[in-house]
Write a protein that binds this ligand. Structure first.
Ligand code: GLN
Length: 197
């Protein structure tokens, strides 16, 4: 199977590793530029984006990651990972940077204190039936979707919680912790298609 890296600086990278292995991918944890250079696709996990940003810069990974994204590497970000992929981050901590790539603005911790963490079923047309059971844990909302990006899923109130742009995929929620494998499968299809191209 394809070789998929998981950015393992911080966050729930083990859960992604489990899902991707179950789907037949070769999984490598990525903490150094050389490890990044060896993979065919990358997952950026949930966690805390401000910490992930600092660690990525400290480990000399931020620029290689930006170059890889610009070069077409397939990347899937969940929650904090989506924040890392967003061109614009609202309500970041002072000095927080993202890697960018997705033409969207996301707002961190966008669900009020009553609703910081919740679960709901959402329709994701590209994944078909049944709806996706989505777990949100202090997740971001995609506040605006630019011309280059596409919304893949919305909450009932219309707020966007999954987006795609070419080889980039992002969700505000965490399919890696619910036994939902279709987003990872959809992502692996991008990795395979890129390898074949
Ligand atoms: N609130 C976190 C952040 O801003 C994201 C939470 C998550 O990944 N579950 O990065």
């Amino acid at each position: 199977g394809p070789r998929v890296g998981i950015l393992a600086l911080q966050g729930d990278f083990r859960e992604h590793a489990r899902v991707l292995s179950q789907l037949g991918a070769r999984v490598d944890l990525v903490r150094r530029p050389a490890e990044l250079a060896a993979v065919d696709g990358l997952v950026i996990p949930g966690g805390e984006s401000s910490v992930m940003d600092k660690l990525a810069r400290m480990f000399g990974l931020a620029e290689p990651l930006r170059e890889a994204i610009a070069g077409g590497l397939p990347v899937y970000g969940t929650c904090a990972g989506l924040i890392m992929l967003a061109d614009t981050v609202l309500d970041g901590i002072a000095g927080q940077q993202s890697l960018g790539g997705l033409d969207v603005a996301v707002r961190r911790n966008a669900f009020g204190s009553q609703n910081q963490s919740f679960e709901t079923d959402i329709d994701v047309p590209v994944l078909g039936e049944p709806p996706v059971h989505a777990v949100f844990i202090r997740g971001p909302v995609v506040e605006s979707v630019g011309e280059s990006a596409t919304a893949l899923a919305r909450l009932e109130d219309g707020r966007v919680v999954a987006v795609e742009q070419g080889n980039l995929l992002g969700t505000s929620f965490h399919p890696e912790i619910t036994g939902e494998h279709r987003f990872h499968s959809y992502f692996l299809d991008k990795v395979t298609a890129t390898l074949a191209a």
